[in-house]
Structure formats: C-alpha cells, structure tokens
Design a binder for this molecule. Structure first.
Ligand code: SF4
Length: 439
C-alpha cells in the first residue's frame, strides 16, 4: 500500500523544466507531500516532460507503460510539462491510469488540482495553452542546486520559430515584475547563493509589467544585490538583443562575461524559412557589439543543420559564420520535425545521412576553434566557482565566469565546498575544458 501524500518526480529537458520542477516540488511540499526517491514508495508519480527532441511523445508513452505495473498498487500518475500540453487529453486515452495532465502555463493552479486529485477525481487537466497572462511564482521553490539559484523572469514565447514547439506548449510571453524578481534574488542571496541564473525562453523579450526596468536594467539590478557574485542569463534571442545588455556587462563586474546567442543558421535564406526574424548581417552586428566590449565576452550558440531546403551553399554560410565568430561552445543539432510546427509542412529535403555528415563537419571544425580558444587561457589565473569534487581522482570541478569548465587540484587538505570560489592557475587545456591548480 502506497504511503499517503508522498510523491516521486522525474524531470526531462531543459533548464526551464528543471527549474519548474524545483517550483513544483516546493508547491507539493507546501501541500503536505513528501518527496521520495523511487516510484515504488510514492503515492503520486509525476513526470515533467519535454518535447523538444525527436520522438519525445513516444518516449513519454513508453515510460508511462513502464509505470503501468505500479498502477495496481493504487498510485496516481500525473504528466506535466511540454508533452502534457501538446498531447492534452489524448494522454488519458493512451494511458487511462493517468489522472493529471498539466502544461507549465497551468502550474499556478497546482494546489487546486492536487486537492481535486486527493478528492478522487480521475481526470484533471491544466491546459492553459496561450490563454493565460499569469506567471507561476512561489516562495516555496525547492532549490536542488547547492551553488546556483535559478529565477524565471519570463515564461512562454511569442516568436513562433517555424521548427519550435515552445510557443504552443509554454504559452504566450508573460514577464514577472522586476520587484518580484529582485525580491527573489535577495531571498536567494540571503540563503547563501552567490550565483544567479535568470531564465526565460527569450529573456531579451522581457517587459516589466511595472514598467520600471528593461532587461538590461533588471540584469544590472540583480548583479548589484548584496552577496551576489555572478549573474548569468539564458536564452537570448538575436532579434531582441540590445546594445545596453553589453554595456551592462561592461559596467557591472558580477554579470558574467558570457553570452549565449543562438544563431541556428548562417544563411539569411534559411533564417527566413525558420522565421527567426533576423538576417545573418543583423546577427553579426550584435556579435560586433559584444566583441567591442571592454571585457572579453565568451560566446556560445545553437545551430540546426539540415533544416528543410538547406543547400550545400547554406551550410557553407553557416560554417563561414562559425569561422568568423569563433564561439567557445556550439550546441549543434540535426533538424527533426516537431508536432504541430509550420516546418512540418515543408519538405524535409536533406537526407538523414547528409544531416549527420554536416553535423559532424561542423562539430569537428568547431572543436578545432575551441582547442585554440581554450589554449589562450594557459598561464592565466581564473576565478572559479566550485561545483563538485571527485575524491577518487583528487580533482575539483568548477566554472569560470566565461562558463568554461575548469578541473583543478588543490594542495589544501580540505576540499572546497560547492559554491565557494578558488583562484586557479591554468596549466592545461582541452577543446571543452581547462585544467589547473588552486593558487
Ligand atoms: S525563440 Fe524560437 S526557438 Fe526559442 S523558444 Fe521561441 S519559438 Fe522556440
């Protein structure tokens, strides 16, 4: 017999999903639930899903099938997140033992949904789609990272890039007030966190409902919260990326010298097909602002290869852009159609083997760029925030302000705690990480 008011939550997907789960866990605890480590011990099993990658829905249904055997034990099941919003009530048909289906735009109604679940209701849905203007805020966030505090500043997306499911699964853009973001930043600092990451599908679209702050002003204000040493933000959209963000990074030392600016393609023709709302030149102008900053700002990006209609020439333009920008990190993906997106109606013209070939060429070339970029740090002393310790290898891992992974050793007998800072002299480099010694 399952224990009363216990839950198990499994999370898939992006950082936004992971942080949503922190808020969901906090909300459940506030409702008297206790989190347990495995499905067998839980009265309520929740699955926070992601639909960004290929065949995500199928994976969810396979997983629910695995859970099916537990149903006999009188447990309840809930599907949260993007697949929940995307598949909606179809989930009840394919997995009749599921009692709760909720997209992220409805999480603010979770306490009410939980009460209905406890009262025995069998099919509860929270499928707000693009209706709601509200954001999900809670003071009970159960933070899982010992060193980085996440704060959502904007939910949803209004961009409708032709390949992306997010506008359909996370609803329309809703920004939180700058006062509430700053209050959360102060509360995180009071809990001992020194690093904050501001989150949103498109943080540059931030519009303060109170009309007090632009995104750059909010960033600067969070960077000046007492006790905060590092502020990161993700994800930026080139269309809305403004020069004052670079000025803020130059002016406020706590703002990390790293910008993730997804380009997706180096061809303006493909960008138009992707409905990205900018051209190659527009993007490169933003890069020139970042490169003109007084601080050296590290750049990373996302790229999709093999988008419908992408020609050899389009791909060469992407490779040229990579050579021009010299990113420190590239997340490369092969295009795959997602449900309900406009790109699905386009002819997926690039054969799978050619997509794979382009991705391999891109990653190999990028690896060479990174090998050179990372080697530039040799001999430098970097401020590294400790993220973990591997006692077996006697190695401490952390990140530089530029978001570069640094593995180092220390002569000190006591290992530093996650979230503390160490000055590290860089003695070695790889294409994806640095090596050094604490000084
Ligand atoms: S900006 Fe484009 S890719 Fe990013 S979440 Fe919105 S629709 Fe998706």
């Amino acid at each position: 017999m399952a224990t009363e008011k216990t839950f198990y939550l499994e999370t898939f997907g992006c950082q936004m999903n992971a942080h949503d789960s922190e808020k969901v866990i906090g909300t459940l605890r506030q409702q008297g639930y206790r989190q347990v480590e495995n499905e067998e011990d839980a009265g309520l099993i929740l699955y926070n899903t992601c639909s960004i990658r290929d065949k995500a829905e199928q994976k969810v249904f396979n997983r629910l099938n695995d859970y099916k055997k537990l149903h006999k034990a009188g447990k309840r099941f809930g599907v949260l997140g993007c697949v929940a919003q995307q598949e909606g009530e179809k989930i009840f048909e394919r997995a009749p033992y599921v009692s709760l289906v909720s997209g992220s735009a409805s999480y603010r109604k979770l306490p009410e949904m939980l009460t209905r679940l406890e009262a025995g209701e069998r099919r509860i849905t929270g499928l707000d789609d693009r209706q709601t203007e509200e954001t999900f805020e809670t003071e009970f966030t159960a933070r899982q990272s010992p060193y980085r505090g996440y704060i959502t500043i904007i939910e949803g997306c209004d961009k409708f890039c032709s390949y992306c499911v997010v506008p359909y699964t996370r609803g329309k853009e809703r920004s939180r007030s700058s006062s509430s973001v700053l209050a959360e930043a102060r509360s995180i600092a009071d809990q001992g966190y020194t690093e904050i990451q501001l989150l949103g599908q498109n943080v540059n679209s931030y519009r303060d409902p109170e009309g007090k702050s632009s995104f750059a002003e909010l960033l600067a204000a969070v960077g000046q919260v007492r006790g905060i040493r590092r502020v990161r933000f993700t994800t930026s959209h080139p269309r809305d990326f403004t020069r004052d963000i670079v000025e803020a990074i130059d002016a406020i030392p706590t703002l990390c010298d790293h910008v993730h600016l997804p380009v997706q393609s180096g061809s303006s023709r493909v960008l138009k097909q992707m409905a990205r709302e900018y051209t190659r030149d527009w993007y490169l102008e933003r890069i020139s602002w970042i490169k003109a900053a007084r601080r050296i700002i590290s750049l990373s990006t996302d790229i999709i290869v093999g988008f419908p209609g992408e020609t050899d020439d389009d791909f060469i333009q992407t490779m040229d852009l990579l050579a021009e920008v010299q990113y420190d990190c590239v997340f490369g993906f092969k295009y795959s159609g997602r449900p309900n997106t406009p790109a699905l109606t386009m002819i997926d013209s690039v054969p799978e083997e050619e997509k794979a070939r382009r991705l391999q060429v891109l990653l190999e070339r990028q690896r060479e760029v990174q090998r050179i970029n990372y080697a530039k740090h040799l001999g430098e002393i970097l401020d590294v925030m400790v993220e973990g310790v591997n006692p077996a290898r006697g190695q401490i891992s952390g990140r530089s302000s530029q978001n570069k992974p640094v593995n180092f050793t220390s002569a000190h007998p006591i290992a530093p705690a996650p979230g503390t800072y160490q000055q590290v002299k860089i003695t070695g480099s790889f294409p994806n990480s640095l090596v050094g010694e604490a000084v």
